[in-house]
Design a protein around this ligand. Structure first.
Ligand code: KIV
Length: 292
């Protein structure tokens, strides 16, 4: 009998930091990937606005809408049984006003079925974080390289290297913690600054391009799985080369279809078999998706 695993919560993550257990977080955008990452032991699944780049093919995350994040959250929430699911607040869904941020975070929780929201920026959003937490919405912060500020930052660049950078980042992290954020993503900052922040705050830090000392790590799952053979920044480790695996498999399929090797008789139906087992095809029309 299959048992339901105990759900990872914001309290589990806090305890993991306290016990020195590292947190493994990945992005997920659909139910099938969510199920696979969840079954493989990922603690946190982030429905990141990186979907604008890896799913939608944009150059930045800026075009992603709240409805799109909510749609992908619903799919991921259906696929994840153990992992904590975080919905990313997209560009200009919370920056205009406190009311806008409250309404839209509520929408992600209610319509997306996620367990928390993430938003980019530090002290500037402290008031919003406070209000969301007071309303019962857990908030993950995100400082350092904040991709929604791509044009302001002048590109995807390591942050915190300029004069005052260390102090600003530390201040942002402490302010987010004081406002009630339960975790903070540290993106593309020098490893020693990430170490200092991780020691200074009691909430878990999750690094991406932020060195070894963070309480956890996050990668865009498509990068970790090597879906794009042309993209390999220094902070990414590829755990598979699925891009070439998929291309090889599909080239094989195309060749089999063209040569008549697929389908074989064993992969076809006969009238006699259909009468004997009428429900087989009806119950699984296209794939095993959605089957528990
Ligand atoms: O959108 C995203 O995937 C992210 C992570 C890379 C932290 O924000």
């Amino acid at each position: 009998m299959q048992t339901t695993p105990r759900r990872v919560t914001i309290h589990t993550l806090r305890q993991m930091k306290e016990k020195g257990e590292k947190i493994a977080m990945l992005t997920a955008y659909d139910a099938t990937f969510a199920r696979l990452l969840d079954e493989a032991g990922a603690d946190v699944l982030l429905v990141g606005d990186s979907l604008g780049m890896v799913i939608q093919g944009h150059d930045t995350t800026l075009p992603v809408t709240l409805d799109e994040i909510a749609y992908h959250c619903r799919a991921v929430a259906r696929g994840a049984r153990r992992a904590h699911v975080v919905g990313d607040m997209p560009f200009m869904s919370y920056q205009a006003s406190l009311e806008q941020g409250m309404t839209n975070a509520g929408k992600l929780m209610k319509e997306g079925g996620c367990h928390a929201v993430k938003l980019e920026g530090g002290a500037v959003h402290a008031e919003l974080v406070r209000k969301l937490v007071a309303a019962g919405i857990p908030v993950m912060g995100h400082i350092g390289l904040t991709p929604q500020s791509y044009h302001q930052l002048g590109g995807f660049k390591v942050q915190g290297r300029d004069a005052g950078g260390r102090e600003r980042l530390l201040e942002d992290a402490l302010t987010l913690e004081a406002a009630g954020a339960y975790s903070i993503v540290l993106e593309a900052i020098p490893a020693d600054i990430a170490r200092e922040i991780t020691a200074a705050v009691s909430v878990p830090t999750i690094g991406i391009g932020a060195g070894t000392a963070c309480d956890g790590q996050v990668l865009v799952s498509y990068d970790a799985l090597g879906m794009d053979e042309t993209f390999k920044p220094r902070f990414v480790r590829r755990y598979a080369t699925l891009g070439s695996t998929i291309k090889d498999a599909i080239a094989h399929y195309v060749s089999d279809v063209r040569s008549g090797q697929f389908p074989s008789d064993a992969e076809s139906f006969t009238v006699a078999e259909n009468k004997a087992t009428p429900s087989t095809m009806e119950s699984t029309p296209y794939s095993s998706a959605g089957k528990k």
